[in-house]
Design a protein around this ligand. Structure first.
Ligand code: G3I
Length: 370
């Protein structure tokens, strides 16, 4: 069954296909996973085609994290977001502290603004995130509950938020950053009160609330073949063996000039070989500021390597940058002395990184299939 979304398309339309990209996964995949992956319909390409149209030529969704207040507060931000991207991710508006600041009184206002924007601009929405050890509401952080009650609170939160956005959000980062650097489970509030089973429970609750959503685990520092990604691989393999409705794994790719890990493609492929989708979920490439001569050219090489890795892996269904303009980026506050991490400069002018990504997408869209 192919459900065709009725999203008004600006440029490339989005078709929500009944099949998952796992059908394109390498032979031996564990079969398709639950959920419907958006497949952009290619648009005619011209010399100034936006990233979304270039990406659609390969059926790839290209997105950005969105600071919802900037949609109205930052001149040009909304127009550029609508023009260039076929997917949006709420940078903060769908996190627990944003949607339920007062227990039992959900407030989806900001998130609904983003969903409405996406609908107007023919974009899909990637949900971020349901369960994390950060950005929890104060009433939860400060609570001392019996262990079982943490499970009840978590289930109620997932059911309420996924239910609110049912059919409006195609994918969810159900659990964000569940692992420690050595690949073991992060010793956070959820693991300590609920044990390792909270991850499977969270995925099942999200699936119950929206069976059509593709459910992801999202991690940083697991892009290379390393202890953390080995732990992530063991985790997802065990979840799949339990029949948990896991659909994909997100790799954040918050990078410094050192660049893309050497074994990124190999790593992505071992996850798609399990029948999962993979996604680049939070790409940015920070540089020491002010950027030295050549630094932005080097940054462009890193962005090129990242998009090329996603294009090289058939099960890589979504490529998202964590903010698209240096005018609105988390990097300067998080990494003092660093910035200029995005595709566009503070005036929304394309940087070398933008042209590198656009060139790779255009080549992929126009190259004759092998
Ligand atoms: O909305 C409040 C505002 O009302 C208040 O006046 C202001 C000052 O206290 O804070 C605002 O909330 C901030 C929020 O961003 C929205 O701007 C939080 O303090 C701040 O901690 C939060 O930072 C975000 C961070 O996640 C924590 O949620 C960053 O913008 C965001 O880029 C970052 O994104 C994370 C991903 O979710 C997961 N992967 C790593 C990535 C970077 O840390």
């Amino acid at each position: 069954m192919v459900a065709v979304s009725t999203l008004a398309a600006v440029g490339s339309a989005i078709v929500v296909a009944g099949q998952t990209r796992a059908e394109n996964a390498p032979a031996g995949a564990a079969g398709t996973r639950p959920g419907t992956v958006p497949t952009p319909v290619p648009a005619p390409l011209g010399p100034h085609s936006p990233l979304r149209d270039l990406a659609a030529g390969r059926g790839l969704v290209v997105g950005s994290a969105v600071d919802v207040p900037a949609l109205s507060a930052t001149p040009g931000y909304a127009a550029e977001l609508g023009r260039e991207f076929s997917s949006v991710t709420a940078e903060s508006a769908m996190k627990w502290d944003a949607v339920e600041p007062v227990q039992g009184s959900p407030d989806f206002t900001a998130a609904d603004t983003l969903v409405a924007f996406a609908r107007t601009h023919g974009q899909v929405v990637y949900g971020h995130n349901l369960v994390w050890y950060q950005s929890l509401p104060d009433w939860l952080t400060n609570a001392t509950l019996p262990d079982a009650q943490y499970g009840e609170v978590l289930r109620a939160h997932i059911s309420a938020e996924v239910g609110h956005f049912r059919q409006a959000v195609w994918a969810w980062d159900v659990v964000n950053e569940p692992l420690a650097e050595d690949g073991s489970l992060r010793p956070d509030l959820w693991t300590s009160h609920l044990g390792p089973g909270y991850i499977a429970d969270a995925l099942r609750w999200a699936h119950d609330a929206d069976p059509d959503a593709v459910l992801f685990l999202n991690e940083y520092g697991a892009e290379d073949v390393n202890a953390k990604s080995d732990g992530l691989y063991r985790l997802v393999r065990d979840l799949l063996a339990q029949g948990v409705p896991l659909g994909g794994v997100g790799f954040q790719l918050h990078l410094a000039p050192a660049g893309v890990p050497a074994r990124l493609v190999e790593n992505l492929r071992r996850f798609t070989a399990l029948g999962l989708q993979v996604a680049i979920t939070e790409l940015d490439v920070r540089v020491p500021v002010p950027a030295a001569a050549g630094a932005l050219a080097r940054q462009a090489e890193v962005y090129l390597a990242a998009i090329s890795a996603c294009l090289a892996v058939p099960g890589c269904v979504s490529f998202t940058v964590w903010g698209f303009t240096d005018a609105v980026s988390w990097i300067p506050a998080a990494y003092p002395g660093y910035g200029q991490a995005c595709l566009l400069d503070p005036t929304l002018a394309p940087k070398p990184a933008y042209w590198a990504v656009a060139g790779a997408l255009r080549h992929a869209a126009t190259a004759t299939p092998p």
